[in-house]
Design a protein around this ligand. Structure first.
Ligand code: SAM
Length: 306
């Protein structure tokens, strides 16, 4: 395995392989379905580390057995993450190398490990505090899905899983209604249909969506269409709701500053027109917004006629 020389001159890069006798924490990506997607470095790393911390040891044991790796497996999941951190520090302090893996894909991406990496990475000010943490990159469902979606990928947002309850879910979807970047969500078989229905209710039918199901697996399927078509498709066959999903939504059309001013003036006038005649509504709106009274008068007349 190649080792990198890490500069110590910077005030923020704080780990130094050569002078640090402590072990390294490797964050190792594993396949999201097809075992052929494991990397050479992942196999080498899992073979050479002293301990492998795994979200589900039975699941990881199967993976290790497939690749002929023994591995000292240690459970590391959402419920014991905080307790495990001190123990992992102790192992690293005694010079052991540790790998962290999750059930599938890249650890920390909607998977355990954030607190561990956050605490072991230090706060960037003390070289003695930060442990060496090395990524062993590989598959992740988000990047895999974006690579075949055909939606803009120059900028995107990742929301992970939406809240399970409808109030929370709708709140997030409403907050993202005007988001111009492509949006990526993870979904499970239990909730994929209700999430698509909620998107239809909140965003209407026309927005483009791509649903990637069971990526890299036997029943891989990718649906491309608008929200209404996807809603029909997901309900057309119970099999369409089985498995693991990445749901990607086209961003809202970018709004110019003028569009934003126009739409907030519209919202304001609509409220004022419920209480006041057109002339007074326009005059009050002009005082609130600083826009010209005659422009707002024209807009108020249009709203009245709609
Ligand atoms: N750490 C993983 C990663 O890097 O993608 C994600 C783990 S998260 C607990 C599991 C979710 O990822 C699934 O519910 C699904 O939304 C998505 N996912 C994982 N594997 C997938 C696959 N093969 N096809 C589609 N989505 C997948």
């Amino acid at each position: 395995m190649t080792t990198k020389n890490t500069a110590t001159t910077s005030s923020v890069i704080t780990t130094d392989k050569q002078n640090d006798k402590r072990g390294t924490l490797y964050i190792v990506a594993t396949p999201i379905g097809n075992l052929g997607d494991i990397t050479h470095r992942a196999i080498e790393t899992l073979k050479k580390v002293d301990k492998i911390c795994a979200e589900d040891t039975r699941n990881t044991r199967k993976l290790l057995t497939h690749f002929g790796i023994q591995g000292d497996l240690q459970a590391f999941h959402d419920h014991n993450e905080t307790n495990r951190i001190e123990q992992i520090k102790g192992w690293l302090d005694s010079g052991e190398n540790i790998a962290l893996v999750s059930d599938a894909g890249t650890p920390l991406i909607s998977d355990p490990g954030y607190h561990l990496v956050n605490q072991l990475g230090g706060d960037g000010t003390d070289t003695n505090v930060a442990y060496r943490i090395e990524p062993i990159p590989g598959a992740s469902a988000i990047i895999t899905a974006l690579s075949i979606a055909g939606l803009p990928t120059n900028r995107f947002t990742f929301e992970g899983f939406l809240p399970a309850k409808s109030v929370g879910r709708n709140k997030v979807l409403q907050a993202n209604a005007l988001e111009p970047r492509t949006q990526v969500y993870y979904e499970s078989s239990h909730r994929v249909a209700v999430t698509i229905q909620a998107m239809l209710d909140i965003y209407g039918s026309e927005r483009k969506v791509v649903l990637a199901r069971e990526l890299t697996k036997l029943y891989e399927q990718v649906f491309r269409g608008n929200i209404e078509q996807l809603n029909d498709w997901i309900n057309a066959d119970p099999m369409h709701q089985k498995g693991e999903f990445v749901l990607m939504l086209e961003g809202h059309e970018e709004q110019s500053d003028d569009d934003i001013i126009e739409s907030s003036s519209r919202d304001l006038l609509s409220i004022l027109l419920d209480e006041l005649p057109v002339k007074q509504a326009a005059s009050l709106a002009a005082r609130i917004t600083g826009r010209k009274k005659n422009e707002l008068y024209r807009l108020a007349m249009t709203i009245k006629q709609e």
